[in-house]
Design a protein around this ligand. Structure first.
Ligand code: C2O
Ligand code: CU
Ligand code: CU
Length: 533
């Protein structure tokens, strides 16, 4: 329901948008070309960086031959240096945005799509009305203005559509990109930069014989989550990364709808992890493989200096037991869904938990790099359960799937439906546990699935992971790939597992979402809001 003031405000905004008022105060108003603003820039917010992003349909060359119709975000810098934004032209990937901690940012988002949409800044600590909650979705022809300060530490963040019931389809169509934050602490480490600081957004897509994206949302697919037949990196199939014989900083983002990766170098070189969702770790960690669930990011240090020019190396996803995702449970253990022979039950020809290549690295030139991996990265203050407002009484979020729904504490998403246990006092530290059948003591349902759980707002720390005995064997195929240190905003919770986290809810009141980042699950209702007040 619109209040009279709301209507007045909208009218005022309409005039403003066509240039009758405000042009002198806000130079950017002139740039909005026909879009109607649903909110106004604030006069006392002085941005260091101002961007205009427009969501539109576009045809891009993804495969050989016919172009693919996608939903593309294209941006321009209104204020700030040109390298704040890289449009990733020729791909469906949204622009890569680069901000510095402490910057005040204004983003003018225009919707020129044939649908409602809104963008969310995944991992950023911003006010509730700047966070891209689905309630702020704008129609075709409308503009939403975001204004916030970059409070996060340096790290690899993510932004994407967050439209009610349509997040999966919209992200799949292209509405997702990287948002990189730097700060002085990070700069002082002199990590590989420029061409040696590489972003790698991993996604899976299926195409029809006309090279068009195919997305089927039948029930089976929604319960499992969409699994594409082809891996794309930065919007490109068969991705090859040419490198020189020196060290690189690789920023990996899983921007897939539901696919979980178990990443490893194919020559057995361990992965050296230097950062996770919320930025650098305190010190590098080596893992034979790393798990990367939808919404998660990882920063990896890789030194190619002792490799021969002309040599190649592959990053693969290794096989693992993926719960129902891999075909167990639901089919009574009769094998993977994708192996059913293309019938109605077939979810993907590239089943979750199978073994397949992600990208190829080709060493193509000699270079004298002198970078050495720092032994210490950035200090992290460990949160303590003792300081939690609910130390003796953790908030439990029970994850479940049954019949046609995916639920949190037995509830499904509804806009503005805050229950008493979803109210959190502002400026408090909260102990939260995600229970994915752990307390069931091994009484598993038909759908035992991993759920990458994500909370909006501030980053959290993982306190502990516990798993029950029946899940142990499956769990052993993934558990060495979890990084439990550092700041996180998304954590993979395996079947039979309970993950306990500590999360601060500082500074901002209002609605902040928590949900499964398997985007089909999210759209099926595996999402709720917390009210911080
Ligand atoms: Cu990346 Cu609520 O989302
Ligand atoms: Cu988010
Ligand atoms: Cu889920």
């Amino acid at each position: 329901m619109k209040t009279p003031t709301d209507l007045q405000r909208r009218k005022l905004l309409k005039y403003a948008a066509i240039g009758i008022a405000g042009a002198a105060t806000y130079p950017s108003w002139a740039q909005t070309g026909g879009f109607v603003r649903v909110n106004a820039p604030s006069a006392d917010f002085l941005p260091d960086v101002e961007l205009e992003l427009t969501m539109n349909t576009a045809d891009v060359a993804v495969l050989q031959g016919k172009k693919t119709r996608v939903w593309k975000v294209t941006g321009k810098v209104i204020k700030g240096s040109a390298n704040v934004l890289d449009n990733n032209e020729g791909t469906y990937l949204a622009p890569t945005l680069r901000f510095k901690k402490g910057q005040k940012v204004r983003i003018i988002l225009n919707n020129n799509l044939p649908a409602q949409s809104i963008l969310h800044w995944h991992g950023l600590h911003v006010p509730a009305n700047m966070d891209g909650n689905p309630m702020y979705a704008i129609d075709h022809g409308q503009t939403y203005i975001y204004e916030f300060e970059i409070l996060n530490r340096a790290g690899t963040y993510f932004y994407h559509a967050h439209t009610h019931g349509a997040t999966a389809r919209q992200v799949y169509s292209g509405l997702a990109g990287l948002l990189i934050v730097s700060d002085e602490q990070e700069q002082a480490l002199n990590l590989p930069s420029g061409a040696f600081d590489v972003q790698l957004a991993i996604q899976d897509r299926s195409f029809d014989d006309q090279n068009q994206l195919s997305y089927s949302a039948h029930m089976m697919q929604r319960m499992q989550g969409f699994l594409g037949e082809q891996i794309l990196v930065n919007g490109r199939p068969d991705f090859v990364l040419p490198v020189a014989t020196r060290a690189y900083r690789l920023r990996l983002l899983n921007a897939s709808n539901s696919r979980i990766y178990k990443l490893a170098w194919d020559d057995g070189t361990p992965l050296t992890v230097i950062g996770v969702d919320g930025g650098l770790l305190e010190k590098p960690e080596q893992h034979a493989y790393v798990m990367l669930a939808p919404g998660e990011r990882l920063e990896v240090w890789m030194d190619f200096s002792d490799r021969a020019v002309g040599s190649e190396l592959n990053l693969r996803s290794l096989s693992f037991a993926a719960g129902s995702h891999g075909g167990m449970g639901m089919m009574g253990g009769r094998g993977r869904m994708g192996m059913m022979g293309g019938g109605m039950m077939s979810v993907s020809t590239l089943p979750s938990g199978s073994d397949y290549p992600i990208l190829k690295v080709r060493v193509d030139k000699k270079e004298q790099g002198s970078d050495t991996l720092p032994k210490v990265l950035t200090p992290i203050t460990a949160l303590s359960s003792k300081n939690a407002a609910n130390a003796a009484n953790p908030r439990t979020i029970t994850l479940s799937m049954r019949h046609m729904s995916a639920l949190l504490n037995g509830r499904s998403y509804k806009m503005n439906d805050i229950q008493p246990d979803e109210i959190i006092p502002v400026n408090s530290l909260q102990l939260i546990e995600f229970d994915n059948g752990f307390s069931g003591g091994g009484m598993h349902g038909m759908m035992d699935m991993p759920h990458p759980m994500h909370l909006h707002g501030e980053q959290f720390q993982i306190v502990k992971r516990e798993v029950n005995t029946p899940a142990g064997e499956q769990y052993a195929s993934v558990s060495d790939g979890f990084i439990s240190n550092g700041w996180k905003d998304t954590v993979l919770v395996m079947p039979g597992e309970k993950v306990t986290i500590l999360k601060p809810f500082n500074d901002f009141k209002g609605l902040f979402m928590y949900h499964c980042h398997n985007l089909e699950h999210e759209d099926m209702g595996m999402m709720r809001d917390y009210l911080i007040n």
